[in-house]
Design a protein around this ligand. Structure first.
Ligand SMILES: Nc1ncnc2c1ncn2[C@@H]1O[C@H](COP(=O)(O)OS(=O)(=O)O)[C@@H](OP(=O)(O)O)[C@H]1O
Length: 292
């Protein structure tokens, strides 16, 4: 694991524990009710900081979905992949055979070896890709790594030091590369047709999650069971939170952080940098997004 890009998520669970999660119920009574572990029929492949946790938690509101709690990093970490599909299976939640199993590992989208590996597990797997404004994603990515350093009481340079080199935008900054969505998606399209990849608009998921989640239900051929009443806007958090069987919960405090202030001129450079790549991406997917 490269030390410079620590795992995006902290290890601790990010949402308040649900009482009686599907996993816990079935784990406790697995021997009696015939619950099983299944390889995921659907995977949230990224993008890092796109809203992958929110998407997973929102999808888990559906009784037909069983989600792996932690990021599994099977296809992108050699020490996991070398242990084979048996290991991968052992990481999955217990579920009823009729439920869909889903896992999310945001690093999959940008890891070169992953598309072929996922394809060799199951060419019919349904992929969920949640994207957000590429410039905003860069700021979020920087903020994540900044917090990782702050937690360890380590210093971390200001964002300008990464974004600029000799007065020009530094194309070698990894966070910029991760936002070149067309390059990464192209690799996936060598192995999967576009119809197997559903792209969730991460900016819309923030502003108004329910319509985006309805589209995901349809893509996964799930019966429409998630309702508008499962979401409420929490003014304190500034984001939508979830309401499930009368219980309210927001995502962990590491989700929805304030981003650093960036000089408008530099921000403009960033927007310009992504202009062409975004156009290429829109052509690739036959759809446009409301990005800068
Ligand atoms: N409902 C709700 N509540 C809180 N946060 C929300 C929500 N919906 C989407 N988001 C956005 O999710 C961003 C984090 O993305 P990921 O979960 O993919 O991050 S990670 O790569 O797994 O670390 C996170 O990015 P930051 O705002 O930069 O913290 C949020 O903007």
């Amino acid at each position: 694991r490269p030390a410079a890009t620590p795992g995006a998520e902290p290890d601790q669970p990010e949402v308040a524990q649900k009482t009686g999660t599907l996993q816990e119920d079935s784990r406790g009574s697995g021997a009696r009710n015939g619950s099983v572990q299944q390889l995921p029929q659907t995977i949230i492949i990224g993008v890092r900081k796109g809203g992958t946790r929110a998407l997973l938690e929102m999808l888990s509101l559906h009784p037909g979905v069983a989600a792996a709690e932690n990021e599994v990093h099977f296809f992108d970490w050699e020490e996991h992949y070398s242990q084979g599909l048996g290991w991968y299976l052992s990481q999955m939640p217990f579920s009823s055979p009729r439920q869909l199993t889903v896992e999310k590992t945001p690093a999959y989208f940008t890891s070169p070896k992953v598309p072929e590996r996922v394809h060799s597990m199951n060419p019919a797997v349904r992929l969920l890709l949640i994207l957000r404004d590429p410039s905003e994603r860069v700021l979020s990515d920087y903020t994540q790594v900044l917090y990782n350093h702050v937690q360890k009481r380590k210093p971390y340079p200001a964002i300008e030091q990464f974004l600029l080199r000799g007065g020009r935008l530094n194309a070698d900054y990894k966070a910029l590369n991760r936002s070149l969505y067309h390059e990464h998606l192209r690799r996936w399209l060598h192995f999967f047709p576009l119809r197997r990849i559903h792209i969730v608009d991460g900016d819309r998921l923030i502003r108004d999650p329910f319509p985006e989640i309805q589209k995901v239900e349809r893509f996964l051929k799930l019966s429409p069971q998630i309702n508008a009443s499962n979401f409420y806007f929490n003014k304190t958090k500034g984001f939508y939170c979830l309401r499930d069987s009368g219980r309210d919960r927001c995502l962990h405090e590491s989700k929805g952080r304030a981003h650093p202030h960036v000089d408008p001129k530099l921000l403009n450079k960033l927007h310009e940098y992504f202009h062409e790549p975004n156009k290429k991406f829109f052509e690739l997917v036959g759809r446009t997004f409301d990005w800068h």
